[in-house]
Write a protein that binds this ligand. Structure first.
Ligand code: ZN
Length: 459
């Protein structure tokens, strides 16, 4: 409708176009999809929006191990949304709002389905607040236990690949990275750690609780978020000019003797090979009983049961480039994370008086039978962390590439790859394309044999 006002003067007609015409085009709002269709984890992530920031506000009670949480998610709609999902299988929900108004919600398996009071227009920013209270439970599947892991004196978190939903509602896909703020309250005698930099501690309130704030300023996939609460021995220093904060449970003092100093040493070494470190702080957290594996939680890996040796620290720190900053878009390409992190261990040994990468490759190449049974580039969901198929043969794939294209191109490829894809997500095809471009060679047959065939490739 166009409103035509009375003539103000002879020959002059003022026409006003209302900002919101009463007879506007009808806008169609549709539900966002419940998953992103990952071949291994089809329900992970959700369609229709992109998260910019998570604000995780948790209060932890060590007596009953309950958390009282309020999570604020800032997102942008990428379609006209009538409703949308978050991934969440944590404690009972006490309330959900969207842009400050109460929103309808229901839980459907691992999906939290939220219907805002009015549709969200494509391109508009919106804020979701979810409150819940109770004891988070780890998620278990064929890849192991993951997510919120209770300890005697608190908890720590290692969520790869599917555990983020155990402790906070998220768009839990590696393809949707966001910045994170953590505000964690706990009794004053406990230590609180998280990803990134500690930005402050609010003094103990009337009941002896204090609130510790941490900030992850670079984009992070939800599965790489961590907090650790409990009794810790904390070391603070610098590594490559950045804050280095490491912590270990007092019962893991022996296993963690090297953690602080070696973390600084390994980051400096890796920076020389892989290019600038992608985050603004570094560190490590040793907690728990070793019943789960170490995880490359962003900027501050967690070592369950303490680091098993220095090479484990090299591995988790190499993931800061390969896996965390340069993330996989699909779990099927997990060899890109684990192959490079394992190959970093080989390079570290080669450059520090150990066996050369070629010697390690040659020893493994002599293996027969089951070692070659799975496809490195598509091992299957249950085998995505298979030591032989993904870690060792992933590293062998990288060594076969190095042998083919030569050291000069190979080491330049590593830096170009991490630089071009900093804080992004990638596919195996992206890596092959860059390797071919920099080497000027057709590398399809090599990658096809090493990644997508079973059996021992010919060399
Ligand atoms: Zn790894």
């Amino acid at each position: 409708m166009v409103r035509r006002l009375a003539s103000l003067a002879a020959g002059l007609t003022l026409i006003v176009y209302p900002i919101a015409p009463a007879a506007a085009e009808p806008v169609t709002f549709l539900p966002g999809s419940a998953g992103m269709g990952d071949p291994y984890y089809p329900l992970q992530g959700n369609g229709g929006y992109d998260v910019g920031h998570y604000d995780l506000n948790l209060r932890f009670d060590p007596d009953d191990h309950e958390v009282d949480a309020t999570i604020t998610i800032t997102a942008t709609a990428v379609q006209n949304l009538s409703r949308f999902d978050l991934d969440f299988s944590g404690p009972p929900i006490t309330g959900v709002t969207v842009d400050g108004s109460p929103a309808a919600y229901r839980r459907d398996g691992q999906e939290l389905v939220i219907t805002p009071s009015k549709g969200l227009r494509s391109g508009s920013a919106f804020t979701v607040v979810v409150s819940y209270a109770g004891t988070p439970e780890a998620v278990s599947d064929a890849t192991g236990r993951q997510g919120w892991l209770g300890t005697k004196d608190g908890a720590y978190v290692a969520s790869q690949p599917d555990g983020a939903r155990s402790w906070f509602p998220a768009n839990d896909t590696p393809a949707d990275k966001a910045t994170f703020s953590f505000r964690v309250s706990a009794p004053g005698d406990l230590t609180v750690l998280a990803n990134g930099e500690r930005t402050g501690t609010d003094g103990a309130d009337g009941d002896g609780y204090k609130t510790v704030r941490w900030e992850m300023r670079q984009p992070m996939a939800p599965y790489l978020a961590t907090v650790a609460i409990g009794r810790f021995v904390v070391s603070e220093g610098t590594a490559a000019g950045m804050p280095n904060v490491t912590a270990y449970d007092p019962s893991l003092a022996d296993e963690s003797a090297d953690l602080h100093d070696f973390t600084a040493k390994a980051v400096a070494w890796a920076t020389g090979l892989f290019g600038p470190y992608p985050f603004s702080s570094v560190g490590g957290i040793a907690d728990g009983d070793g019943s789960v594996t170490a995880l490359e939680t962003q900027g501050r890996p967690v070592y369950s049961g303490g680091p098993s040796d220095d090479l484990e620290i090299v591995h988790e720190l190499a993931h800061q480039w390969f896996g965390d900053s340069v993330g996989v878009r699909s779990w099927r390409d997990i060899w890109l994370n684990e192959g490079f992190a394992t190959y970093a261990e080989w390079l570290y040994q080669e450059q520090h008086g150990g066996p050369t990468a070629k010697e390690i490759f040659d020893r493994l190449y002599r293996k027969n039978g089951g070692f070659w049974d799975l496809k490195t580039g598509d091992p299957g969901q249950a085998h995505m962390f298979d030591e032989n198929a993904v870690y060792l043969r992933g590293a062998m794939t990288i060594h076969a590439l190095r042998t083919k294209i030569g050291d000069r191109v190979f080491f330049s490829l590593l830096k170009t790859w991490t630089q071009q894809n900093r804080h992004a997500t990638v596919t195996t095809a992206d890596f092959i394309a860059l390797a071919e471009k920099l080497s000027g060679r057709n590398l399809r047959p090599l990658f096809d044999a090493w990644l997508y065939q079973t059996g021992k490739p010919r060399i």
